[in-house]
Design a protein around this ligand. Structure first.
Ligand code: NOJ
Ligand code: CA
Length: 701
């Protein structure tokens, strides 16, 4: 399809009391902008004539300089239309339509003799807007005290929220009215180790809301570059939302130099929950990749020396010592603790398992020195990323993995010492390349160094980007944990395969865990910005299997763990349980063996945040379709018309909860059925409380 970009209208030198509008390409959404009596910039958004966002102010507060809040005069307005189709390197679909109408307003502040541009893009699925600061005599360097983008909502909407924490998104969601939000509390609130909570009324994005007349509204951001992450301040009486940025060590929000721009602020809106999940607007607002060659970027499934540590069976550390100074320890003379997971022998066992079951890669955590006291000391030099423990033979494992045609995934836990990591990055990536690694899982557990910075402050946003850009030079892909939540930057940096940046499955191993509804909310929140390394596939649901009396458990059935491979989208998916647990259930594991991580098509069949999700996806490399259906704590039945299939006849394999399965009392009971279906059949699914169904459809002649 041809790309086109048409400028429809140029209007010069406006008087005040003007108002200007654009519509989405399908005519459903309408955006209006105007100036208030104080000459502030206001916008409003409606859908099918119904208000979504009432008149709301836009502007920026500066430090030590007059603000960009009022006293505006319209200089120019340019409207245009854009239409393009593009192919992502990997993704949920193989072709993405990027179609919007744009309104770009240049505002003058005659008193200051300064200019600011606000660009609005209206898609069929929502609105994006951003501020731009062109080169000009009276604005060169400036600091942002706060961004004042407002979203005046039409009522007390139902909201799926987590606290606006500068250092963590690892919370479970609370569903409440806007008026009831209290970000100093929440479910499973005490599980979070590092908390930086600015206020009761501050929540994270993506913020998902539902109005009383069933309009779904999602607020987030796109293309977060050289700027802090944004939170939402909720006026709990008037239902006005406003932006609040993550501060740096001095309390400053952002340091800017013209020409520059902010990330896009996004409002995705539909009367169908399914449309929210299908939206590609955030990706479309990101720039195409500048990488010339992307052939080295590979979606992948992996297993890892990982869950053993989370369930307390293995350790990351080699010896039981503390107060470690990296250079001063003679590692060879230390007595091992006998529980070290990352040994050569154990890694070979994982490589063998991966080779046998067609799993692409093996992650090894705890392979490098430093884990003896890695966390909580605010210590700068924790890991050097190039020195293996004495029982991890990096050369032999390189050879062995190559022989078995399995990739090894490097682990770089930084202990949040980002300065240390940056200093050592070239050496660390060179070491990876020398030993055949092409993917890295990074991690930022703890308080950030540079001290006083936050996981979401501008310095760290730039850090994550620097790591991904440098990794690309080495043809390395990144899966970042405890990094900022994603904003569609994987369009620009397709080697940023996934981030964690939310509460993953790991919490089920050692805390109150994730309630059964958690995975039905995540796609409407965290996943709006991009893939998450959620680590599905835990078969041994209850932790008393490892330690009698341990009451922790995964809050799903086993069948739901399979369905997550379809309902959760990521080009890098872990089969997170221990190989020995998969060997106990080979028939269920066959689903994980077969499920792809790259798709040519996706149909969001049924969805309601907090309740259920049913998604069908087509494999990018075959004609096979896969369906994942998940529910919250309620048992549910679905009737799925199979009309979306592209062939007439299929063999279907259904991995489902047993009749008496239940996430709490009988989570591991499942059965598998195989039969033939046709395109016009109705597929009936029955999900247990906390359950799920996973389906494979293979065309037959
Ligand atoms: C937290 C990560 O989410 C987890 O996957 C990892 O095992 C630990 N940090 C240690 O790096
Ligand atoms: Ca984590």
């Amino acid at each position: 399809m041809k790309t086109f970009f048409i400028i429809l209208l140029i209007v010069l030198t406006f008087q005040n009391n003007f108002s200007q509008q654009i519509f989405s390409p399908d005519g459903k959404l309408e955006l209006n902008i105007k100036l208030s009596n104080q000459n502030e910039l206001l916008y409003n958004l409606s859908r099918d004539g119904k208000s979504v966002i009432k008149d709301s102010k836009l502007g920026i507060d500066l430090v030590d300089q007059p603000d960009f809040l009022q006293g505006f005069k319209i200089d120019t307005i340019i409207t245009s239309t854009y239409y393009d189709k593009w192919a992502p390197v990997w993704g949920e679909v193989d072709s993405i339509l990027n179609n919007y109408n744009q309104l770009q307003v240049t505002l003058n502040q005659p008193k200051e003799n300064r200019k600011i541009i606000v660009t609005f893009r209206l898609f069929n699925d929502g609105l994006g807007f951003r501020y731009e600061f062109p080169v000009q005599d009276n604005l060169k360097y400036f600091r942002i005290a706060e961004e004042n983008s407002n979203f005046a909502l039409t009522g007390n909407h139902k909201t799926f929220w987590i606290p606006g924490d500068y250092d963590s998104q690892e919370y479970t969601y609370t569903t409440s009215l806007l008026s009831e939000i209290d970000a100093s509390k929440g479910k499973n609130f005490d599980d979070i180790i590092v908390k930086s909570l600015p206020g009761k009324d501050i929540v994270q994005t993506p913020l998902m809301m539902k109005t009383t007349d069933s309009l779904y509204i999602n607020i987030h951001e796109a293309a977060l570059l050289n700027y802090p992450a944004m939170y939402i301040k909720v006026d709990r009486n008037n239902f006005n939302l406003s932006t609040q940025l993550c501060p740096d060590a001095f309390g400053t929000k952002a340091y800017m130099q013209t020409p520059c721009k902010t990330p896009w602020r996004t409002v995705i809106v539909s009367d169908k929950a399914e449309d929210i999940l299908a939206s590609k607007m955030i990706l479309n607002l990101n720039e195409p990749t500048k990488y010339q060659d992307v052939s080295w970027i590979k979606p992948q499934k992996f297993i890892g020396i990982w869950w053993g540590m989370h369930v307390g069976k293995d350790t990351w550390n080699y010896a039981d010592i503390n107060n470690v100074k990296l250079d001063e320890v003679d590692w060879n003379s230390l007595k091992p603790n006998g529980k070290h997971g990352a040994t050569t022998e154990n890694t070979k066992r994982y490589i063998d398992f991966a080779a046998k079951h067609g799993i692409d890669a093996v992650l090894v955590e705890g392979w490098n020195i430093g884990w003896e006291d890695w966390f909580g000391n605010w210590k700068e030099e924790v890991f050097d990323f190039v020195t293996p423990y004495p029982d991890f033979d990096v050369n032999e494992l390189e050879r062995y993995a190559k022989e078995k045609n399995v990739k090894l995934i490097m682990h770089h836990e930084t202990s949040a010492s980002a300065t240390n990591y940056e200093r050592r990055l070239d050496e660390a990536f060179n070491f990876m390349k020398e030993h055949g690694y092409n993917s890295v899982k990074t991690g930022y557990v703890g308080k950030i160094i540079p001290r006083g910075e936050h996981h979401d402050s501008q310095w760290m946003i730039n850090h994550y980007t620097r790591v991904v850009e440098k990794a690309a030079k080495y043809h390395i892909s990144v899966d970042s944990h405890e990094s900022v939540r994603l904003t569609g930057l994987h369009r620009t940096y397709p080697n940023w395969l996934a981030a964690e940046a939310a509460r993953g499955n790991e919490f089920n191993a050692w805390s109150k865990g994730n309630p059964p509804e958690h995975e039905t909310i995540l796609p409407f929140t965290r996943f709006m910005g991009g893939p998450m390394d959620y680590t599905p596939g835990i078969f041994q649901i209850k932790m008393d299997y490892y330690n009698p009396g341990n009451t922790h458990q995964v809050h799903t059935t086993l069948a739901k763990q399979l369905a997550l491979y379809v309902t959760i989208y990521s080009p890098i998916q872990m089969a997170a349980d221990l190989p020995e647990n998969y060997e106990r259930f080979p028939d269920a594991f066959s689903f994980i063996e077969q499920v792809p991580v790259d798709w040519s098509d996706t149909k969001i069949l049924k969805a309601e945040p907090g309740d259920y999700i049913v998604i069908a996806r087509k494999d990018k490399n075959s004609d096979n379709w896969f369906i994942g259906a998940i529910t919250d704590e309620e048992s549910r039945s679905f009737e799925i018309p199979l009309g979306f299939l592209d062939k007439a006849n299929y063999e279907i394999t259904v991995y489902q909860d047993a009749q008496d399965a239940d996430w709490k009392n009988n989570p591991m009971a499942y059965n598998i059925e195989k039969y033939n279906v046709q395109k016009n059949d109705l597929l009936k699914l029955k999900l247990a409380p906390g359950g799920g169904t996973a389906v494979i459809l293979k065309p037959i002649k």
